[in-house]
Unconditional design. Structure first.
Length: 132
C-alpha cells in the first residue's frame, strides 16, 4: 500500500493538506500576532460552524417539504381512486394502472361506435354541418 506523500495526510479517502511546520511558514514569536492568528482561526471556525448549521437547517426544511409533497401526492392518489370507484363502480377495483383505464375507455368507445345512431341525433349533426 502506498504511503501518503510528505506534507499530506489521508482523511476519509481524500488527500488533505497537512499543516506545515517548515521554515517557509513559521509561527510568529510575538504574542499579539499569535493572538490575532488564533482569533482569526477561531472566527473562521465559528463562521464555518454557522454555515454548516444553516445548511443543515435548509436540508431539514427541504426534507420536510419533500415529505409534505409526498403526502399531498398520496392524498391525490386516494382521491383519484375514490373518483374512479364512483365513476366506474366495481370495475374500478380491476383498474390497476393508467393503461387499464385507457383500455377500458377504448372498449367503451368501440361499444359506442357499434350502437345504432338515433335519427334525431343524425339530423342535428347534419344541420350543424350545413350551418358551418
Amino acid at each position: 500500500m502506498r504511503q501518503p506523500s510528505a506534507g499530506r495526510a489521508r482523511m476519509d479517502g481524500v488527500m488533505a493538506q497537512r499543516p506545515s511546520n517548515s521554515r517557509a511558514d513559521p509561527l510568529p514569536d510575538d504574542p499579539a500576532a499569535l493572538r490575532v492568528l488564533v482569533e482569526t482561526l477561531m472566527r473562521q471556525r465559528d463562521e464555518d460552524a454557522a454555515a454548516r448549521a444553516e445548511l443543515v437547517r435548509r436540508m431539514d426544511a427541504l426534507e420536510a417539504r419533500a415529505q409534505d409533497l409526498e403526502l399531498a401526492k398520496l392524498r391525490l392518489e386516494m382521491e383519484l381512486l375514490k373518483y374512479k370507484k364512483w365513476m366506474y363502480g366495481p370495475r374500478a377495483d380491476k383498474l390497476a394502472s393508467l393503461g387499464d383505464v385507457a383500455q377500458m375507455l377504448l372498449l367503451f368507445g368501440e361499444e359506442l361506435e357499434q350502437r345504432p345512431i338515433d335519427p334525431v341525433d343524425a339530423a342535428d349533426v347534419a344541420a350543424e354541418d350545413t350551418a358551418s
